[in-house]
Design a protein around this ligand. Structure first.
Ligand code: AMP
Ligand code: MG
Length: 438
């Protein structure tokens, strides 16, 4: 038996970020930048109005008030998108719209609300300060400035910035393409009714979804027979379109464990018994000329999910150019005691029951058998109990890893109904989560 840390360390020592490629921004979502992005422009690109109003000289509005407005002729309209270089004459004004270029010579904008809204002549009711309501060229971003550093993951806001500063594409680490291969003679596709002895392939959809949740690209091959030639053929076929392969099933000690039989012979995948519960039988190695990482996960649904979270997810993040671990575990207090196997790291499914005075409290999420899918779906996190602990007592502190890339604390009610009253955008879900967990 090897320790969880040892298996993980071997995986992380093998996988590397994928080679960088240039991608159009529309195809770069979720990718990590492999270059510093510099601004090709100034932002804003020109002095423009922050308000609908009147562009004018601040000094022309001196002393203006409701009771004694200043009257100025309006020389025309300037709308957003107007590319004419207008010039303001002293003592005059332009009606100007938000985002429109400020005419040369103007040094302030008076909002339309502080005027009579005139079109030919305008009455200004408030004095304007120099520079008022003008967004100055370059005040946001200077030309040539690095706006996004290599290593930054491109989400909606980063893509907006890249586009705004003049980029249509970027050098990025592409999203790893993962192929999930479910093996087992008993498996039938989701949506079909199992006959006696048959089982729906639920690991395939689960692991592909887990991979997509993580932000990588996933596809799957279902119901591969427990037959070495078939397994070998499927793996060979998938190698050309996969950056990583994840198999489930067929790696235990059974007589029909074909994945282990095939890959053991190739000699590039190492099979180990890892001191963890669930998830003991694990295999990892590389296949083919491109050295594609292959993770062979056990078939029991809970074991495969835990194995994915503990071993595959960190590896895929690294391949995507990200840090292997992005969410820190939280310390929680156990509501009730439970037993933990000796000399094994236990990953116990837990639900968050309360989050009082900054202390997260959790309890086991139903049955802990490695085949129990019902409690897996309910769980908010995995409590990690170290090998030397055989009994967790009520009130003990335990480390909890979030599932699906979430923080376990996300699952509880953190704002009171009073605090969110009248602010429905916080969502009713946040307020009921604690109820459904408890
Ligand atoms: P194995 O690791 O192949 O010995 O399978 C262990 C247990 O997991 C067996 O009860 C299998 O029927 C079940 N199992 C294997 N693969 C899947 C799958 N893709 N979906 C759901 N259950 C599975
Ligand atoms: Mg099997």
């Amino acid at each position: 038996m090897i320790a969880v840390e040892e298996h993980l360390a071997r995986i992380l020592a093998t996988v590397r970020p994928l080679p960088a490629t240039r991608r159009a921004l529309d195809g770069a979502q979720g990718c990590v930048l492999a270059e510093d992005l510099r601004s090709r422009v100034s932002l804003p690109g020109f002095d423009n109005s922050a308000m609908d109003g009147y562009a004018l000289l601040a000094s022309d509005t001196e002393g203006a008030s409701e009771s004694s407005p200043v009257h100025l002729p309006v020389d025309g309209d300037i709308a957003a998108g107007d590319t004419t270089r207008h010039r303001l004459r002293a003592g005059h004004s332009f009606r100007i719209m938000t985002g429109a270029p400020v005419p040369e010579g103007a040094d302030a904008v008076v909002p339309v609300e502080q005027s009579d809204g005139g079109v030919v002549r305008v009455a200004i009711h408030h004095g304007a300060a120099h520079g008022a309501h003008i967004r100055a060229r370059g005040e946001d971003v200077g030309e040539g400035q690095v706006v996004l550093r290599a290593g930054t993951r491109l989400g909606p806001r980063q893509l907006a910035l890249a586009a705004a500063v003049g980029h249509g594409d970027a050098l990025v680490v592409p999203l790893p393409r993962v192929v999930v291969v479910s093996t087992g003679d008993e498996l039938i596709p989701p949506g079909s009714v199992p006959g006696f002895g048959q089982v729906v392939d639920s690991n395939g959809p689960m692991l592909a979804a887990a991979a997509r949740d993580l932000g990588v690209v996933a596809s799957r091959v279902g119901g591969v027979a427990d037959e070495p030639d078939t397994v070998a053929r499927v793996l060979r076929q998938q190698l050309s379109r996969a950056d990583a392969i994840v198999t489930t099933g067929g790696v235990s000690m059974g007589a029909y464990d074909a994945v282990k039989a095939v890959l053991s012979e190739l000699g590039t995948v190492q099979f180990d018994r890892v001191a963890m519960q669930p998830g003991k039988p694990q295999g990892f190695g590389v296949l083919g000329a491109e050295a594609v990482p292959v993770f062979t996960l056990p078939g029991n649904p809970v074991s495969s999910l835990v194995s994915f979270e503990v071993f595959v997810a960190p590896a895929l993040r690294r391949m995507a150019g990200r840090a292997p671990f992005e969410t820190a575990p939280v310390i929680a207090r156990a509501d009730e005691g439970f037993r933990s196997p000796a000399a094994k790291t236990q990953f116990a499914r837990v639900v968050v029951t309360s989050h009082d005075s900054e202390q997260l409290r959790v309890r086991l999420a139903g049955g802990q058998g490695s085949h129990v899918l019902g409690s897996l779906a309910d769980a908010h996190g995995l409590a990690v109990v170290p090998p030397e602990v055989t009994q967790v007592e009520a009130g003990d502190e335990i480390l909890v890893l979030g599932l699906d890339g979430t923080n376990p604390g996300d699952h509880v009610h953190v704002a009171t109904a009073g605090e969110t009253a009248g602010r429905p955008w916080f969502g009713a879900a946040a307020l009921t989560a604690a109820g459904s967990a408890g």
